[in-house]
Design a protein around this ligand. Structure first.
Ligand SMILES: NC(=O)c1ccc[n+]([C@@H]2O[C@H](COP(=O)([O-])OP(=O)(O)OC[C@H]3O[C@@H](n4cnc5c(N)ncnc54)[C@H](OP(=O)(O)O)[C@@H]3O)[C@@H](O)[C@H]2O)c1
Length: 294
């Protein structure tokens, strides 16, 4: 298996979670299986962020990683595979720089940029002003991959858009290996990745609201917040196991609602508030926003 250097252009919350997740999963002292990646180059915009990343890397991994700032094109040249971890609106600025086309010639480019299509990113790279000293550039092979912050604990639900013909099978396998290190991977057709991006993000973000509501209610009724949180977390693990076993959510609700019991009272209260359709509406609104801003 050829060993390659994985470069991150932009490495904030998401890039950092992916980087740390890969290091924790595949680069421990005991991991002996062959890997397609042998080292990392990380490039941020500011020196302060680079220093923060450097200091967060465990001693056992320091030799595997070079951290720089303000050197996007050089990072693209030095890396064999490039992960784009800057904000989506920065695509033109980052990929339109002189020399990018040659630096990414024939390379696998993994975009984590929500809402940016592979076609648009490929166009920006091909339109970047040329580096007159470099040989003729080949097209890059751009893949779209959307992980989430669960990555740092090996629990990402990563959406990988079905690769285009520009991506070789070995490139696709390498991308799959990378993201398998940090959780589960699901391949979806391009027309489904937008909604999947909204769903995965919303699962993490919107479910924090009912969790906080449950905690607030328990604090109002006399629990310490930390005690309530401990019980809620184990409850979520139990719910997750039930749903993963194939139980329908409605069956779970009904099976724990006893006649004249307290659970049915909590459910009726939320149904009266229209909570379920509020969540559906939130998904529709998030997806509309993504489509309008693609
Ligand atoms: N956060 C999530 O849950 C999530 C989930 C799925 C996908 N994503 C995608 O991941 C990407 C990054 O999101 P994030 O939340 O990690 O953002 P973030 O924390 O703001 O990180 C952005 C990174 O980009 C760097 N950067 C800024 N300007 C740059 C430039 N001109 N050239 C190169 N790097 C530059 C920043 O460096 P400095 O710190 O030095 O400015 C920082 O390292 C986005 O495209 C987003 O759509 C995020």
């Amino acid at each position: 298996m050829a060993s390659q250097t994985l470069g991150f252009v932009g490495c904030g919350n998401m890039g950092g979670a992916v980087l740390n997740g890969i290091l924790a999963a595949a680069f421990t002292k005991t991991s002996t299986e062959p890997k397609p990646i042998s080292g990392f180059i990380v490039c941020t915009k500011t020196a302060g962020s680079a220093a923060r990343i450097k200091s967060s890397i465990a001693a056992e991994h320091q030799d595997l990683i070079e951290v720089v700032s303000g050197q996007n094109v050089q990072t693209m040249r030095d890396a064999d595979i490039v992960v784009l971890g800057c904000k989506p609106f920065m695509a033109e600025e980052v990929l339109g720089e002189r020399g990018v086309r040659e630096a990414l010639s024939g390379k696998l480019v993994i975009s984590m940029l929500a809402g940016q299509s592979c076609e648009n990113l490929t166009r920006i790279i091909k339109d970047a002003p040329g580096d007159t000293h470099a040989p003729q550039a080949k097209d890059p092979a751009v893949m779209k991959v959307i992980p989430n912050m669960g990555a740092q604990f090996g629990e990402s639900m990563t959406i990988i858009e079905t690769p285009s013909d520009a991506v070789s099978q070995s490139m696709a396998e390498t991308a799959e290996w990378i993201f398998n290190q940090i959780g589960k991977v699901k391949f979806l057709a391009p027309e489904q990745t937008g909604l999947a991006t909204v769903l995965v993000g919303a699962t993490l973000a919107t479910l924090t609201l009912p969790i906080e509501g449950l905690l607030d209610g328990c604090v109002a009724e006399g629990f310490k917040r930390a005690d309530a949180m401990e019980m809620v977390l184990q409850g979520i693990r139990g719910l997750s196991a039930l749903l993963e076993s194939g139980a329908h959510p409605a069956v779970v609700r009904e099976s724990i609602s006893s006649p004249r019991g307290c659970t049915i009272q909590t459910l009726l209260s939320l149904e009266k508030a229209g909570t379920r359709s509020d969540f559906a509406e939130a998904m529709i609104r998030g997806n509309k926003h993504l489509k309008e801003n693609m």
